[in-house]
Ligand binder design. Structure first.
Ligand code: SAM
Length: 243
């Protein structure tokens, strides 16, 4: 159950500073406020600390964080957030990131990734502005795909509209699964959505993120060990049609 999860009222209310401390923008020092605690911050309703850049990449159901960790050095100037519903898994990824930052303090690597506990099926537009994101990864979602009802699936007509809202035109949804029926379902539903067009195979295979997604997620490694198949599909967010 996710009843104890909290969500920002709007993306402007989201405080990213604890996830990306190295990217907190220098603030105007208000000396009268300089000794306030976090609690009085909340009471005084100060706006959250701003970052020098926006989060642009989301890993939906990031699990143990393999994709984030592999993408971090590949796109060091981009902020990536993993969203994961399981409390202990989220804590594990957060500890993993803290350890990597410590081990790489000279290079500054891994400052650009974070992990947030959230149910991505709810309130995604509370976290991200319209067109804020450039990439959304959906890697090995819904292992019990067949038993789930349509509305409970990570890719559905409703959720695809939320993905379209937070993705900018030209942005990409990346999907991978070892369940062929789920692959067919995701392709069918994303292709049917007016905001998305499937990316041609040649372009898909030339995208370095695809190789990383195939080999670096924990689930992808498990499928590899079991000599299973991996089905990949990418979808581009199209420009909105003129009114
Ligand atoms: N993406 C990772 C990988 O490829 O290794 C993990 C795949 S695992 C099969 C699916 C993950 O999605 C689990 O860690 C699960 O807790 C998470 N998850 C499922 N539903 C979710 C939701 N609504 N919001 C956030 N995370 C979710």
């Amino acid at each position: 159950s996710d009843h104890q999860l909290t969500y920002p009222v709007t993306p402007q209310h989201m405080d990213w500073s604890t996830y990306f401390p190295a990217f907190v923008a220098p603030q105007d020092e208000d000396t009268t406020m300089s000794h306030t605690t976090e609690a009085t911050d909340v009471l005084s309703k100060r706006p959250p600390k701003q970052l020098t850049k926006d989060v642009e990449v989301v890993d939906i159901g990031c699990g143990f964080g393999g994709l984030l960790v592999a993408l971090a050095p590949a796109m060091p100037d981009t902020l990536l957030i993993g969203m994961e519903i399981r409390t202990q898994v989220t804590a594990f990824v957060q500890d993993r990131i803290t350890a990597l930052r410590g081990q790489n303090s000279e290079s500054g690597l891994y400052q650009n990734i974070g992990c947030l506990r959230a149910n991505t099926m709810k309130f995604l537009p509370n976290f991200f502005r319209k067109a804020q994101l450039t990439k959304i990864f959906i890697c090995f979602p819904d292992p019990h795909f067949k038993q789930r009802k349509h509305k409970a699936r990570i890719v559905s007509t409703t959720l695809n509209s939320e993905y379209a809202y937070v993705l900018r035109p030209g942005g990409i949804v990346y999907t991978i699964t070892d369940v062929e029926d789920l692959h067919d379902w995701m392709v069918q539903h994303l292709e049917a959505h007016p905001a998305f067009k499937r990316v041609a195979e040649e372009e898909q295979e030339a995208d370095p993120c695809v190789g990383i997604m195939r080999t670096e997620t924990e689930e992808g490694k498990k499928v590899e060990r079991n000599k299973g198949q991996k089905f990949v599909a990418l979808f581009r967010r199209l420009e909105d049609p003129p009114w």
